[in-house]
Design a protein around this ligand. Structure first.
Ligand code: C2E
Ligand code: MG
Ligand code: MG
Length: 760
């Protein structure tokens, strides 16, 4: 039998139960009533047997329900008014046993489902149960004690059973108020219990002579209870009744509030409008009210306390970093603020170290984010170990840690501390993935009343100094001084202005001719960018290209430069101002090479300018091959396939290995001007240049000497058989409109021999 069928059978049984109960209430014939009751008992028994076979519920649940069923049925039979006092006494014993079993069973279920706030739930349930008991006492128990014809023992038992029913109510309320998601089976079981409690109440009302209630009506809830119990047994989720179960995402606070409030208001109203009948009544009523008041008081205290705890937890979680458990930026600022406020008292100069893990992005990219997290936790751990206890360590962003030394007495102390931190990273971090070495760049700032106005200032200054440490090659410490602020402000202004430079047409290209050393003819040009700012100043590319590179603006700017340079070349060729096969060299930054669209940009520029790919040289620096070898290799190979050639710019100043020259599709080396400067008069420089040229020869690479400034240099380069040269001697970079005259001047036969032969 599948669960869908069982579910249907369960709900069908419940509906049958409602109909049977209604029929029982309406039909006064006792025979018909007994038949319905009997059917109910048979249904429960059959459901129990079926459930045991197909649902395999928890043995305790199943056994408990079975005992309750048998005991209730027996108690009902014995409670027949026609039977004697003894039978009634036995019926009460059985009824009490049912309550006890119920309480025990419910306790098992409730303690697993009560959830995150057990005390609060218990207190709420206690209020409801106590209130119900007070009403029960005033309206039922006390009159029952006076009017019942049964013996005192039976009546007392009845009172105890009714009170036990209140405990059932308490545990039931606990279950329903709890955090667990209450599936249909919990509601069905609760329905059965509540129906039977209603039956008990109706009987008690009748027996206490409060109202004349027909037997058929009094027993109807029990019929419903039987069917509901059967429905509970049949429901397929009964197997999970005693299981822990998931918690509800939203807690049903509203209905809980309504129930608890009515559980408080109704008994107090009943208490107020009824008078105590005798001393015993007065004592019981007063005691009940006092206990109720205590429960309410406990509830209020609990609510206030749990609110305070919650608030504290919220504050803590808002101020700590979830990964490392260290204070976050806002808490660090509070700590720094407190340190600054008390600094004047003992003449201290609180210091802040701003620590940034070097190349953390590489760790994340190569080892994955989980390893990245592990590194951050290990760094946090290392900082805690290496720093004195009075220092506060915080993590304020990704890989940025901040240390506050509230007791520093000057920059010297702070530098010592920073050195200690740097040194601590000489030992590898032991991660799950293996040992990892990291280094850090540290910025230090100490409190000085003349420059530090706030905690934020101190942190910002340390941050600025950290950037200086990064610029100085990482893995070092830099201490803040005011001049850094100026350069930061200036840099920020440049960044913003550069962003708009392209659309404001503030960028332009100048070109420097490249000549064939042996022929003295112009064979190509290098395009160099210039930025004319609004204020009339011209910014050097050495200054703005690194910023454009860092901010990513280089991608659109570089694309523009490519097209512009090729368009110029195309115009010069068309104008007959330079040879048809003259080449154009364009500088390319690493960021451009890692742009997936770069190859398209290049080929589109070639097409638009009608320049064959072989006439374009792309100049990259050696560092491109080291910092992102795979991306660079992929892009350069694709460009090589197009026919575009690649030159290594400033060769000899980077850190490339000769093996990279073999791996990468390179066609030209440009000898850096620092070597060319000494080529004429420094034997070492000359030896180096000679070696580079020899290497290029054997590898089949073209050579260009950069920065040729004197006739001597050019002469020596000629002797060393350097293929090409560029430099101020030949021509400064010139605007495109001056190129025709520049090339014409350079081709002037009269001018050239003077260059080739310094003595002429
Ligand atoms: P680079 O590619 O090595 O360019 C040569 C630099 O040396 C140019 O400086 C040029 O004006 C200068 N120079 C040429 N001849 C001589 C000489 O005889 N003596 C001296 N002392 N210098 C000489 P510039 O124009 O300031 O460019 C600097 C660097 O900026 C370039 O070095 C290049 O790396 C970069 N750059 C320039 N334009 C661009 C561009 O459009 N894109 C990219 N990514 N970088 C560019
Ligand atoms: Mg260049
Ligand atoms: Mg260069």
């Amino acid at each position: 039998m599948n669960s869908r069928t069982l579910e249907r059978a369960s709900y069908g049984t419940l509906i049958a139960g409602v109909i049977a109960a209604l029929a029982h209430a309406l039909v006064t014939s006792s025979v018909a009533g007994d038949v319905l009751y009997g059917v109910g008992a048979v249904v429960v028994a059959s459901a129990a047997i079926l459930s045991a076979r197909v649902n395999t519920p928890d043995v305790r649940v199943w056994g408990g329900l079975l005992i309750i069923g048998v005991l209730s049925a027996a108690s009902q039979v014995l409670a027949d008014p026609d039977l004697g006092v003894r039978a009634h006494f036995l019926a009460e014993v059985l009824s009490l046993s049912v309550q006890v079993v119920l309480v025990l069973g419910l306790l098992v279920v409730a303690q697993r489902r009560i959830g995150r706030e057990p005390l609060g739930v218990l207190a709420d349930s206690a209020i409801v149960a106590l209130g119900a008991w007070l009403v029960c006492w005033i309206l039922l128990l006390r009159p029952l004690l006076e009017t019942s014809t049964d013996g005192a023992a039976t009546v007392t038992l009845r009172g105890i059973a009714l009170s036990a029913a209140v405990i059932v109510l308490l545990v039931l309320a606990t279950l329903l108020f709890g955090d667990a998601e209450n599936g249909p089976v919990v509601w069905l079981a609760s329905g059965a219990i509540v129906a039977s409690l209603i039956g008990d109440v109706l009987w008690a009302v009748h027996d206490a002579a409060l109202a004349e209630i027909a037997t058929s009506l009094r027993n109807a809830p029990y019929v419903l209870a039987l069917f509901a119990a059967a429905a509970t047994l049949l429901h397929p989720t009964i197997s999970n009744l005693a299981a822990q179960g998931p918690y509800q995402s939203a807690r049903p606070m509203a209905w809980r509030l309504v129930t608890v409030t009515s559980g408080l208001v109704v008994p107090l109203a009943v208490f107020a409008i009824t008078d105590a009948q005798d001393t015993r009544d007065r004592v019981v009523r007063s005691t009940a009210v006092i206990v109720l008041a205590c429960a309410v008081l406990a509830r209020v205290i609990l609510a206030v306390r749990s609110n305070a705890v919650l608030q504290q937890r919220l504050v803590t979680s808002a101020q700590t970093d979830a990964l490392t458990g260290l204070p976050n930026r806002s808490l660090m600022l509070e700590h720094v603020d407190t340190a600054l406020r008390t600094a004047w008292r003992d003449g201290r100069q609180p210091a802040v170290l701003f620590i940034d893990v070097d190349r953390f992005k590489n760790i994340n990219d190569s080892l994955g984010h989980a390893a990245g997290d592990d590194v951050l936790m290990a760094v946090a751990g290392r900082l805690r170990v290496v720093l004195p206890d009075y220092c506060v360590v915080g993590r304020i962003a990704g890989d940025e840690f901040v240390v506050l030394d509230p007791r520093a007495s000057g920059p010297g102390d702070a530098m010592l501390l920073a050195d200690r931190v740097l040194e601590s990273f000489h030992e590898p971090l032991a991660l799950r993935q293996g040992d990892v070495f990291v280094s850090a760049s540290i910025g230090v700032s100490t409190y000085r009343p003349s420059v530090t106005n706030s905690a934020d200032d101190l942190l910002r200054h340390a941050d600025t100094a950290m950037y200086r440490a990064k610029e100085s090659g990482r893995n070092c410490v830099a201490i803040f001084d005011e001049s850094m602020l100026e350069s930061v402000t200036q840099r920020l202004a440049v960044e913003t202005a550069l962003y708009r430079a392209l659309e404001r047409r503030e960028l332009r290209l100048v070109h420097q001719p490249i000549i064939d050393v042996s022929l003295g003819e112009v064979v190509g040009f290098e395009a160099l960018m210039r930025w004319d700012r609004e204020d009339g100043s011209t910014v050097s590319p050495a200054e703005f290209i690194p910023i454009a590179e860092e901010t990513g603006t280089i991608v659109p700017i570089g694309a523009w430069a490519l097209l512009e340079a090729l368009t110029h070349l195309s115009e010069w060729i068309a104008g007959g101002w330079c040879p048809r096969d003259a080449t154009m060299a364009v500088n390319v930054s690493p960021r451009q090479l890692s742009d997936p669209n770069f190859v398209n940009v290049v080929s589109e520029a070639l097409t638009r300018a009608h320049i064959p790919a072989r006439q374009l040289w792309l100049e990259v620096t050696e560092n491109v091959m080291i910092s992102q070898p795979d991306q660079a290799l992929a892009a350069l190979t694709k460009l090589g396939d197009l026919g575009v050639r690649v030159a290594i710019d400033d060769f000899g100043t980077g850190y490339s290995s000769l093996s990279l020259l073999q791996r990468f599709p390179i066609h030209r080396l440009k000898i850096d001007r620092s070597f060319v400067a000494g080529v004429a008069d420094k034997p070492d420089a000359r030896a180096l240049v000679r070696t580079i040229i020899a290497m290029c020869d054997s590898l089949g690479l073209d050579t260009v000497a950069e920065g040729v400034e004197s006739v001597h240099q050019l002469h020596t380069l000629g002797e060393l058989r350097c293929a090409k040269a560029q430099g101020y001697l030949i021509s400064h970079p010139v605007p495109p409109e001056q190129m025709a005259s520049t090339v014409a001047l350079l081709s002037d036969i009269g001018a050239w021999p003077r260059i080739r032969n310094p003595r002429v």
